[in-house]
Design a protein around this ligand. Structure first.
Ligand code: FAD
Length: 287
């Protein structure tokens, strides 16, 4: 199934993200996690590609194919410009087709230290356009409720989003954020700029003080004072911090669903218990 079709069903699409295990761990180390996540029957599961020190890029396809075959869940294969040129792309797309993986999240990826993008695909929109030459693929892209970290002007955010839609993006998944108003503002501004495709909200529960510090400097998301106070109160007690921040994430998700957003995407960090409790909450009638 093409993920874009899910958004025509008049419901909030619920999805999860996983990452391939580090190379040395082997793919089988993630099967218990997938088994647990599969029992939640999410609308789709996305699999990262070479992000932040996760497993090798070629594990993404293997994982995507396994998610489809074993658990009958639609995989969304992330793919980046920085790792691939034109020739790699034809080979990759052929491999995906052979494995019946036809939903791709097209991203630029983080630039190498030299700072220079590859010539073949400079920006995510170039990769979107190249994949969409084959109409058999459904392609998503990233959106940023608080703008991309290296972006100077707010208005660029919407211009670049529109360019990705014009290149053929079928839907967008957002960077993590902790303040729902940022997401609602982005949706409003994106619609004003002419973006029409579904905009999915990405939520990542905080698991530790160190994790949140790393994330906010990596992606530039702001921390509302309510969350800062919570980290201050429970920062030295990981269990209590996790419990309180999970409840914070649930409130965010509840509010997003109540606002009728197109979809919510949970960054699971390969922690199935986080996803199990969150889906229980979302489906438990407490909304
Ligand atoms: P782009 O849309 O190309 O934007 C990159 C920068 O260029 C932005 O600052 C943008 O404003 C600017 N820009 C865009 N178009 C133009 C233009 N025409 N002229 C000038 N400037 C322009 N990374 C991974 O490595 N692997 C993953 O699996 C992964 N998964 C992700 C999933 C989600 C949902 C998100 C939000 C991010 C993910 N990332 C991943 C991180 C992503 O690769 C980085 O945020 C990256 O720096 C930008 O990617 P992009 O696709 O948004 O790039």
């Amino acid at each position: 199934m093409k993920i874009r079709e899910l958004f025509q069903e008049n419901k909030t699409v619920m999805s999860l993200e996983v990452f391939p295990p580090k190379k040395e761990s082997g793919l089988e180390t993630i099967y218990d996690t997938l088994q647990a996540l599969g029992s939640l029957a999410p609308d789709f599961v996305s699999i990262t590609y070479g992000a932040g020190g996760s497993g090798g890029c070629n594990q993404t396809l293997e994982l995507a194919a396994t998610i489809k075959e074993r658990y009958g869940i639609e995989p969304l294969h992330h793919l980046t410009c920085v790792n691939n040129g034109t020739e790699d792309l034809s080979e990759l797309l052929a491999g995906m087709k052979a494995a019946d993986v036809k939903n791709i999240l097209a991203l630029r990826g983080d630039l190498p230290e030299t700072g220079a993008p590859r010539e073949d695909f400079c920006y995510a929109k170039d990769l979107v356009a190249a994949i969409k030459r084959d109409p058999d693929f459904c392609v998503g892209a990233a959106c940023y409720p608080e703008g991309h970290i290296s972006q100077a002007e707010d208005q660029e955010n919407y211009q670049h989003l529109l360019e990705k839609e014009q290149a053929g993006a079928d839907f967008f998944i957002s960077q993590l954020f902790f303040d729902n108003d940022c997401f609602y503002r982005m949706v409003e501004e994106a619609r004003k700029a002419g973006v029409t495709k579904p905009l999915v909200a990405g939520i990542m529960p905080i698991l530790s003080k160190a994790q949140v510090q790393k994330m906010i400097f990596m992606c530039g998301s702001s921390l509302p004072s309510k969350l800062i106070k919570l980290i201050h109160r429970y920062g030295d007690n990981p269990q209590d911090l996790q419990k309180a921040s999970l409840e914070y994430a649930w409130q965010q998700l509840g509010d997003l669903v109540a606002h009728g957003v197109d979809g919510v995407h949970l960054y699971t960090m390969n922690r199935p218990e986080i996803a199990l409790q969150t889906f229980d909450y979302l489906r438990g009638g407490s909304l």
